[in-house]
Design a protein around this ligand. Sequence first.
Ligand code: IMP
Length: 207
Amino acid sequence: MPRLGSETLVIATHNAGKLREIAALLAPYGIECLSAGALGLPEPVETGKSFAANALIKAHAAAAASQLPALADDSGLCAAALDGRPGVYTADWAERQWFEGPPGRDWYMAMGKVEGMLAALGDDVDRGCWFACVLAIAWPDGESVVYEGRADGTLTWPPRGTMGFGYDPVFVPRGGELTFAELDPAEKHRISHRADAFAKLVADQFG
Ligand code: IMP
């Protein structure tokens, strides 16, 4: 039995892509993953002001509703020159307003907002940034633990590459030249903020 105290873990996401990625990362440890979506658990509103607060909201809600340990992830892009924005609002910046077209998320528009704000700060603006990922595990008795991961890099413009998702086409990881969207996905998964947080979770829970 892992330190987790259960061989079954609820993944507090309704996003099929996240579930697939997390289930694959946990499979070598003999953990069976159930998704909050498949269990019909409600999706809590993410009212937190930090990645950790939002990850904990999602993990606690799923643990209380399922009476099983639950794992949630919250992530986003932080620009140094914008005091860490968009941060917890990363996904919201892609949400179209009524005058910007049909409802939904537009990642090109979101990357353009970040670039526009950087450009307004001048040519020698600090283009440093980082992707953050917080993983939270919550247990039905109210206990919880968080693991924070980070990938540092710089913001490039215009966007390059077709792989990955979200802000990958403008993120060049430190020490590299290709964007996350140009990198082989296996290489991105090796160096990403999610990999960093997962390594800490695995060392703590299964090490
Ligand atoms: P949430 O954690 O589901 O709230 O999503 C946060 C947002 O951060 C995502 O919708 C993506 O736009 C962005 N994001 C998180 N991780 C990555 C990544 O690895 N690449 C690109 N964008 C990411």
